[in-house]
Design a protein around this ligand. Structure first.
Ligand code: BTX
Length: 330
């Protein structure tokens, strides 16, 4: 049996038993020697699994690491499309870049790329995304919806609703959506969404949905220039949060809203978006290239565009593009 498979089998046995499993028994079930078992157990320990061994009793799994290892994330996930295939990296340049490559190579829809750390995490319009190791969820999902390119911003809308729901469900934190692609807590950015696509004139080849969520980052570890504007769930909650459970819930919610979109269209999801929105009926200031607009955000359209009533009373539509939005009068 191949090493990786054996490692997983041993892990399965320990996980199932919850108490000591003797080396003899493991050896009998898997047909390997005691010294081989010892080698695999040590490998697992190096990955962060806490395994106790006692002579004559055997091995017991006491603690699993808070790593986003595929077998951990798949355990109890219960989705039918998203996360069936999970591609994991300790470190990568950008999960969106990797996911794009996979999209080009024909990987299956629902593939999730996840990394403990990103060296060149990307935001919109060439901006960076700070992605320190083991403290956040840095992930990308490969989607292949049969839509026209114009509809792609809907993926950002549904993802914002899905991730908001997942965070609320897992942590109880009152997170809200800031158009077009941020999730905020207490006025600070906790999550960013970067949707990219490959498309022909009238059809989408694939969409890469990138999500960056600050989970357990202490405030002092953020780069100086975002210390005032960024936060993490841990800072708000006052304690560490399981990244694994949160990632699982995000995948579940994404699947739920993705399927709902395909079945019922975007309208019911927009209803929820409005409920979670932090910008509707509030003063906003929008910077579009070098122009600045002040007004009150009135509504969001199915296209993802924001409707704003400007100071002079005119109504203007802002589409998700090269814009940035700030709370108004600032
Ligand atoms: P954005 O362009 O709206 O935000 C980027 C801006 O946010 C940066 O210019 C910086 O000011 C600030 N910023 C950088 N890092 C953080 C952070 N960790 N928390 C809060 N603020 C920050 C938002 O872009 C979309 C980000 C998507 C990131 C995901 S991670 C997985 C996937 N792979 C990848 O390369 N990008 C996506």
């Amino acid at each position: 049996m191949e090493g990786k498979v054996m490692r997983e089998k041993i892990l399965q046995l320990l996980r199932k038993e919850k108490d000591y499993v003797s080396g003899e028994e493991i050896g009998r079930i898997l047909g390997i020697s005691r010294s081989a078992i010892w080698k695999y157990v040590n490998g697992l320990r190096e990955e962060g699994y806490n395994i106790t061994s006692v002579p004559r009793l055997g091995y017991r799994l006491d603690d699993i690491p808070d790593l986003l290892l595929p077998e951990e994330v798949k355990d109890g996930l219960n989705t039918t499309l998203l996360g069936k295939n999970i591609v994991y990296f300790k470190e990568i340049d950008s999960t969106n870049n990797k996911c794009k490559n996979l999209g080009q190579m024909g990987s299956e829809e629902g593939t999730v790329v996840v990394a403990e750390a990103q060296k060149s995490g990307r935001g919109r319009i060439g901006r960076y995304w700070n992605s320190p190791s083991g403290m956040g969820i840095w992930m990308s999902v490969l989607l292949r919806p049969q839509i026209s390119p114009m509809e792609a911003p809907k993926v950002t809308l549904l993802a914002a609703v899905a991730v908001t729901s997942a965070i609320r469900k897992c942590t109880g934190i009152d997170v809200g959506i800031k158009w077009p692609n941020d999730l905020m807590v207490e006025g600070k950015k906790v999550c960013g969404i970067l949707t990219e696509m490959s498309a022909e004139m009238d059809s989408v080849n694939y969409i890469v949905l990138g999500i960056g969520l600050n989970v357990n980052i202490p405030l002092h570890q953020f780069p100086a220039e975002v210390q005032e504007t960024a936060t993490s769930l841990m800072e708000v909650k006052g304690g560490k949060i399981s990244r694994k459970l949160l990632l699982q819930e995000i995948i579940r919610q994404l699947e739920k809203y993705y399927f709902r979109w395909q079945k019922e269209g975007i309208a019911p999801i927009l209803k929820e978006w409005r409920r979670y929105s932090m910008v509707l009926n509030s003063p906003v200031s929008i910077i579009e290239r070098d122009q600045r607009w002040e007004g009150i955000a009135l509504d969001i359209l199915e296209s993802g565009a924001l409707i704003v009533k400007l100071m002079d009373g005119t109504i203007r539509e802002f589409s998700v593009g090269e814009v940035s939005l700030r709370p108004g009068n600032g």
